[in-house]
Each structure stands twice: as C-alpha cells, then as structure tokens.
Design a binder for this molecule. Structure first.
Ligand SMILES: [Zn+2]
Length: 330
C-alpha cells in the first residue's frame, strides 16, 4: 500500500497533474520526429541540441553524458566507434538535492535496414520521440515548482544498439557511488499508440518494487481513468529501465501495451500520423507519472519559493491556493 497523502498535498498534486498538456506533447513529439535520430546520423546531435534548448527554457541545468558506442555488429554497414551524448536537464532539489528522481527516455531511433541513417528515413515518432517528448513535457509540468528532491530529466542515445547510453550512465553512477542517490527512475519508451479505445498502458517493474507499481496504478485510477492498466513484475523488455533495475534502483517502465501491437515499429512509417489515439494514451501515462513524481519528489509550498522566479513563456503560475499548502509528508 502506498502512504496516504494528506488532502492538501493531494490537491497540490492534482494541480501538477492538470498541467500535463497532451497537445503540447504532440507538438514536441512531432518536432523531434523531424530529426534523423539514428545513432550514426549527424541529425542525432541536432536533436540533442534541440532537447537541450527545451531544457534551458525550463530553467534546468543542462549537461551531456558522453560515452563510446563501439563494437556494434548488428547492422550494416558495420559502424566505426563513435562518441554519443545523453542529454540531461537537472532541476535542483530545494531541501534534499542529493536525492534524485530520474525520468528518462531514449531519443535515438532506428530503421533495421541500415545503421548510418543515410538510406532510409527513420522518424521514430512513437519509438521514441514519444517518450523523449514525454520527458520534455514533464519538465514543462514541473517548471516553476520547487521540489524537495532533485529531478533529473534525461534523454538517452545508443538505446537501439543495446541500451548503451543508459547502461554507461548507470555504470558511471555505480562507479562514483552516486547510484544510491537515485530514489526513483521512470522510463518512457513508446507511449503514443493504442489499438482501441481501451487505451491500454503497461506498468512494469520487478517484484521488489511492487509498491511502486501499486502507487502508479492508484495514480492512474485517480488521474487517468481513461487508461486500462496492465501491470507486470517481469520488466525484461529491452529499454532503458533495465540498467537501473539491475542496479537496484526503484524503477518503473510506463508505456503502451507492448511494441508488437504497433504496426510501424522500426519502420519509416513510424510517423505522428500513424500514432492512433496518441494524445489520450500519452496524456494519460504522463498524468499518472506526474503525480507519482510529484509525491516522491516532494512539493514545497509556494510561499517558500515565491520570491525570485518568474514564469517562463509557456508557463502559468500555479494557482494562488498553492501558497496555502503545507509540505507533503516524506
Ligand atoms: Zn524504443
């Protein structure tokens, strides 16, 4: 069972959830799908720059995590080793900055016929502009909201070559002992397709983190009743949650109902136009996740941070009643 959240904190969380804007997410996703984000394409770096600009707009502190993508033999032509960036936007926690909430998604895409991205378009709209746009949308949602813990928004690369970007990042955190700072990781990969109006979405983790699955399920029931939720404790599916789970981090993978239901998976036809019911399912997943992130990051009452910030271009101030709220329970 998840902890009972006091009513006023529950109200504050509901106000955060209400900021999720599925249409804004769709536009972000569409913009990302215009970049050739193959790991071996110069377009990947252009996409990185574009994501970084979005993070800066949300007053996040941007950084790259660079790693070598080498010894890849699974595609043609056999690629030479290259250095690739994950892009990270950090929101500093006001009270517990060394406790991190990580929300991640890969931004690279693939088309199975070639590695270099030259011969075939690979828009990767659902896989995974949808997830990376979800990360950016959540950065929008939490803009101008002070949290107790830090939130690290990140988009990984090299996922399509075997989770390389996320695995290298987790290895780095493990080597520096920073992995113990990560209190929650949520991964988004393919969040924008539903085969029918049940809008089925999946929450996956392992048995150790059943409480997190329960918390997300309860959040969906409350904030995204339009979704039909399937849960699984066999999060063996290949995406960027796996290295975090293997490192013992409380981790959940939230996504649509499996890659195999999407007829345009890894094809040139993975375009925004082919993502049926995109706004409903992605909006629902992001609302579900936003509430859990808010609860676990810890919202500070507005009067503790009211001085010294101005809303960004696209953000409204939180309603005045947030100033009345007390801090959520830890
Ligand atoms: Zn993917």
């Amino acid at each position: 069972m998840s902890a009972v959240i006091p009513q006023r904190s529950a109200d504050a969380i509901a106000q955060i959830v209400a900021r999720v804007d599925a249409e804004r997410w769709f536009q972000t996703m569409s913009n990302l799908s215009n970049f050739n984000r193959n790991s071996y394409s110069p377009g990947l770096f252009s996409a990185r720059d574009w994501i970084r600009a979005r993070f800066i707009e949300q007053r996040l502190v941007p950084s790259d995590f660079n790693f070598s993508l080498a010894n890849i033999t699974s595609c043609m032509p056999t690629p030479a080793p290259i250095n690739l960036p994950n892009i990270i936007g950090r929101k500093q926690g006001a009270r517990l900055p060394n406790e991190w909430i990580v929300i991640g998604a890969h931004y690279d895409s693939r088309n199975p016929s070639r590695c270099d991205g030259a011969a075939n378009p690979q828009p990767g709209a659902n896989d995974n502009a949808s997830g990376c746009a979800g990360v950016i949308e959540l950065a929008n949602v939490f803009a101008n909201v002070q949290t107790e813990r830090s939130i690290l928004f990140m988009c990984f690369s090299g996922e399509e070559q075997g989770l390389v970007g996320s695995r290298m990042y987790v290895n780095s955190l493990t080597a520096s002992d920073d992995i113990s700072k990560v209190r929650l990781m949520i991964n988004l990969d393919m969040i924008g397709f539903a085969i029918n109006d049940s809008h089925t979405a999946r929450i996956e983790s392992n048995a150790t983190h059943q409480n997190l699955i329960n918390e997300l399920s309860a959040s969906a029931a409350l904030h995204a009743p339009e979704l039909t939720i399937i849960t699984s404790i066999n999060a063996n599916g290949g995406s960027d949650h796996v290295p975090f789970l293997q490192a013992g981090v409380p981790t959940a993978f939230t996504w649509e109902n499996g890659a195999t239901i999407y007829p345009h998976y890894h094809l040139a036809s993975d375009t925004p136009a082919n993502m049926s019911r995109a706004r409903v399912i992605a909006g629902g997943i992001l609302k579900m996740d936003a509430a859990v992130i808010a609860a676990r990051a810890g919202l500070l009452p507005a009067d503790e941070f009211a001085s010294g910030f101005e809303p960004g271009e696209s953000q409204a101030r939180l309603p005045a009643e947030m100033a009345q709220l007390t801090a959520p329970e830890k």
